[in-house]
Design a protein around this ligand. Sequence first.
Ligand code: NDP
Ligand code: 2IT
Length: 451
Amino acid sequence: MPSAVFPHAAVDEVLRTVLARNPGEPEFHQAVTEVLESIAPALVERPEYVEAGILERLVEPERQVLFRVPWTDDRNRVQVNRGFRVQFNSALGPYKGGLRFHPTVNLGIIKFLGFEQIFKNALTAQGIGGAKGGSDFDPHGKSDAEIMRFCQSFMDELYRHLGEHTDVPAGDIGVGAREIGYLFGRYRKITNRHESGMFTGKGVAWGGAEVRTEATGYGAVFFLEQMLQRRGQGLEGRRAIVSGAGNVALYAIEKLQQRGALPITASDSSGYVVDESGIDLALLKQIKEVERGRVSDYAARRPSARFVAGGSVWDVPGELALPCATQNELDGAAAATLIRNGLVAVVEGANMPCTPDAVDAFRGARVLFAPGKAANAGGVATSALEMSQNASRQRWTFSDSEQRLQAIIVAVHDQAFEAAERYGAPGDYVVGANTASFVKVADAMLAQGVI
Ligand code: NDP
Ligand code: 2IT
């Protein structure tokens, strides 16, 4: 029988190796530490996971591709960016996960995102493995022609690693409908195949799925609704503090409004806006989706709003917090401010937006906390629905697709909730989401042998 120290010693050993083997990758260390530190109860119950080296294998990507992306800008100068695709784990299905184009992208960021994706995808129960990719290319301020040339060069290398049964990318920060169009077009040209299922997030007119655009933000709000319902509460009339003004934030705001909540903020890398009368979503979408402008443009056109350059959106009081921009955007100090101001629930629309200090503070204050790998799983789950529709040449309606998304999120919520109870941490969705997903991946790896 394993001793009481058994799982902790095994976890410590793996964590030491991860730190030593992957220097200079703090976000990857953070993501691995959070998962491994919360799964001890599952390791006590199933010592064969440790004996079969599941932990050592899980933290090492199955394949990592790094490549040069040369392209020519509008002034005819050659630019060189770095491309990444980390194919982390395919025990449950083909590699699946987004592409991020942002100047802060490096291998450690892509590895943290790919690692999270393994567990998120397991929670969706859609038969998809985990991957992530991207580039340190910055789409801000580039012309459409530059974006197209960059995407084409990126795909000139990446195409050989993709395929509907191999690896299926989608969008993430800096990669939306425009970029996916250019990437998919180039893949189709190079391979001479109209292989719809090799990319998700496509335009609805050419193989994309209804609700994929809305799915991550909508799903995060469905998750929030489930958490509140378990406490006999609802969304109606609650002030919501949302960060970001991209894909996830815009559709989280949309669903919050449909449910009668009052989202009053949005942000981007220049600062945040507060609109006490509630965000005018049509105006924000016009500025962000059509004009590709800044949140300050919103305040300039809306008398009830004010723009705060820099600063922290988490200084604004509200009962609900939805960080939907980027990793580590909400730290311990911001958490303390939110809690002082009457916070009830936090839902991570982004991947790992709350620092470990912030998560500890929410736990200590008994604030409802939904970790990203559960709360933002609606995006990739709807990507899997897009893959199903592509494979069967079907097209489902918006309302049918939204119902499927909601059913998946309810199931993700219930798995996390029930696993938390079963493993001795009732109400702790971090423990619940991590253990429920880890057990699924570990069982598949165990069954498939040492590969
Ligand atoms: P978008 O590119 O559409 O929007 C990102 C938003 O976050 C922008 O407002 C951007 O501002 C802001 N932002 C990004 N990086 C930073 C930064 N370093 N500092 C301050 N603000 C920043 O991306 P998404 O909405 O798609 O993604 C947001 C988050 O959600 C990411 O963590 C992503 O991984 C996660 N996610 C996305 C899914 C999807 O389906 N798209 C699915 C699941 C999770 P600016 O324009 O000024 O840079
Ligand atoms: O972080 C994520 O889950 C995404 N960016 C979406 C991935 C996908 O394949 O739809």
